[in-house]
Design a protein around this ligand. Structure first.
Ligand code: 8X3
Length: 256
């Protein structure tokens, strides 16, 4: 299995795990279709990817929460970009960390609309083409949060539990086709995840990672590329990865 020249579509590609994944596929000589809301950041990732060895890069300014925009963007792809080989459903976020009965409803909607509905919209737009062509791989980004709910995080955890169900359901529904479906479920990864969760509160975000050698976005990207690079008859169903100092979404060992 070679990723050289393969079309890899990554959502949420402007930062964090998405950007690192773009660079990791670039190093394999893939053709990258990069989508995110922030066009400026995306352009920076695109030029870094070309430097890293991507065969070509095409960027799309896209909010996955917008169903029509998703359909339109995928439907209007230039012919040389339309035959997507690998879809990485990475776009996602957390907002807020508080008791469910005190939670902010706008935060919930943003998480559900992005992590669940956005993932569904992109999947619905891309996978029929894969089935038609008899070729493709969907990699979804899950989380330790989808495996074990933690206090104050019920809605974020629910979106990741939903991702897991969608991932498993999609694999079942694609049985009989050569399309592969993988979920990559990281624990603590140091990105701007916590900064976004706490609406820009840097001190609160920094505390999340205190005393822990967290995963890097590159650690996760490596796993995604590895899963995509297995022989065609091998489906990596799920990879759960955490820092050594994390046992699950509830249990950490912090160095003081
Ligand atoms: C991210 C992992 O535990 O910070 O999905 O929610 S956690």
């Amino acid at each position: 299995m070679s990723l050289k020249g393969k079309i890899v579509f990554i959502t949420g590609a402007s930062a964090g795990i998405g950007a690192a994944t773009a660079l990791a596929f670039a190093a394999e000589g893939a053709r990258l279709l990069l989508a995110a809301r922030r066009a400026g950041k995306l352009a920076e990732v695109a030029s870094a990817a070309l430097e890293r060895g991507a065969e070509a890069v095409h960027t799309i300014s896209l909010d996955v929460r917008d169903r029509q925009a998703v359909q339109q963007a995928i439907g209007a792809l230039p012919a040389e970009w339309a035959k997507i080989d690998v879809l990485v459903n990475n776009a996602g976020l957390s907002r807020g960390l508080e008791k469910l009965y005190q939670g902010n409803v706008e935060d919930w909607e943003e998480m559900i609309d992005t992590n669940v509905k956005g993932l569904l919209y992109v999947t619905r737009a891309v996978v029929p083409g894969m089935v038609e062509r008899g070729r493709g791989h969907v990699v979804n980004l899950g989380s330790t949060a989808g495996e074990l709910t933690y206090p104050n995080g019920a809605v974020y955890c629910a979106t990741k539990a939903a991702e897991r169900a969608i991932n498993d359901g999609l694999r079942q529904d694609l049985l009989g086709t050569p399309i592969r479906v993988t979920t990559v479920d990281p624990g603590m990864v140091e990105t701007d995840f916590s900064l976004v969760r706490f609406h820009g509160d840097q001190q609160r975000a920094a505390k999340v990672y205190q005393g822990i050698h967290a995963l890097t976005p590159e650690d996760v990207a490596e796993v995604i590329v590895w899963a995509a690079n297995r022989p065609e008859h091998v489906n990596i169903a799920r990879v759960l990865l955490t820092p050594v100092q994390q046992a699950n979404s509830l249990l950490f060992h912090r160095e003081s």
